[in-house]
Write a protein that binds this ligand. Structure first.
Ligand code: F6P
Length: 366
């Protein structure tokens, strides 16, 4: 007996398997149960903390040149082991692997592609702070050898084509937040029983908010429209917004997006002039796209600054992208600021600090 509660399995069977549609009886719910099993295993490993003997550096770097922690590798392996055997996947991509992980020949292959970040915000591990996992599921398109191993090209699909996405947040409680395209729903892990129980049905992001999250130490690298928005927030009730704003930064995208889903706000990791290609920091396939899917399904918006993030066509497995997401009206405002800047219409904002001959000129152009 479930005492009237909805477990993850019941939710998925009711939502996917008992309704007509391409994912009915196709195994998507079984795949998501395997993803949830990975998350439960990771939650158990994280709970042991330093006693688990898995803290510290792995003495290796990932494809982005970032130092890998032991737990980055352990959690990556947990995802692989829980999801490779079930016959539902054609390939997996993760932040911790340079190439597509081909399903071993000993296992059957299926129709889905899984992209994941096994441990988001892993710098928080050392401080016992919040971390997460993020995942994205695509259905493989019909071209090519339907049962062959998926290559990188198979993953080059815009985020709007995701059939499911979600994240786990490992905080005081572990939660799984997911969407299969019918809203965004949150499940809390009942640790002693091992069930994810639906606790946050059909999450809606408030359209208005006065809370924003950005790594302000990068301000000198931002484009003028982002500097304009943040400056106006900081001006508070004495400025043109005529209200005070609050700023937050947890250094874990999962934790920031979770806060926004719970009470609204804006999260920005904008286009950044530090890197030669002037991209953002976050990875498209396994960070930005899945989170944007969840945010849109909860009534929010997600953009790169100039376009809808879910419309971005990936060109590489580990491509980075600027991300601005959250409460609809705030994100619309930031998109408008980008448009006004591009058309040269934001002159009232232009001050000695923000015009084209600014002290804050992007370093790559200085
Ligand atoms: O790599 C992803 C990530 O850890 C995000 O989860 C987080 O939002 C961001 O990087 C933190 O970046 P920074 O190091 O600039 O605080």
């Amino acid at each position: 007996m479930l005492d009237g509660r909805t477990t993850l399995s019941k939710f998925l069977i009711d939502t996917l398997d008992r309704r007509p549609g391409p994912d009915a009886a196709s195994g998507l719910s079984a795949l998501l149960i395997d993803v949830a099993a990975s998350i439960k295993t990771i939650a158990a490993a994280l709970t042991r903390g330093a006693l688990g003997g898995q803290h510290g550096s792995a003495q290796s770097v990932n494809t982005h040149g970032e130092e890998q922690k032991k737990l980055d590798l352990v959690t990556n392996e947990i995802f692989l082991q829980h999801c490779e055997w079930d016959g539902l996947l054609a390939g997996m991509v993760s932040e911790e692997m340079d190439e597509v992980y081909a399903i071993p020949e000993t296992y059957p292959r299926g129709d889905y592609l899984l992209a994941f970040d096994p441990l988001d915000g892993s710098s928080n591990i050392d401080i016992n702070g919040v971390v997460g996992s993020i995942f994205s599921v695509l259905r493989r398109d019909g071209e090519g050898d339907a049962r062959g191993a998926a290559d990188a090209a198979a993953f080059m699909r815009p985020g709007r084509e995701q059939v499911a996405s979600g994240y786990a947040i490992y905080g005081p409680s572990t939660m799984l937040v997911l969407s299969v395209g019918n809203g965004t729903h949150g499940f809390t892990l009942e640790r002693d029983v091992g069930n994810f129980v639906l606790t946050h049905s059909d999450i809606r992001i408030p359209e208005d908010s006065c809370e924003f999250a950005i790594n302000a130490s990068n301000e000198r690298f931002w484009e003028p429209p982002v500097r304009r928005y943040v400056q106006e927030c900081k001006d508070g009730r004495t400025g043109c917004r005529a209200q005070d704003f609050n700023m937050r930064w947890i250094a874990s995208m999962v934790a920031e997006v979770h806060r926004i889903l719970m009470r609204g706000g804006v999260f920005m990791y904008p286009r950044d002039f530090r890197t030669p290609a002037m991209e953002g920091r976050l990875r498209l396939l396994y960070e930005a796209s899945p989170m944007s899917f969840l945010v849109e399904q909860a009534g929010g918006l997600s953009i790169t600054g100039r376009e809808r993030l879910l419309d971005v066509q990936p060109g590489a497995l580990h491509q980075r992208v600027p991300v601005i997401l959250g409460s609809r009206h705030e994100v619309e405002r930031i998109q408008r600021y980008h448009g006004e800047y591009d058309r040269g219409e934001d002159k009232p904002f232009t001050s000695p600090l923000f015009n084209e001959r600014s002290l804050f000129l992007p370093e790559t152009e200085a």
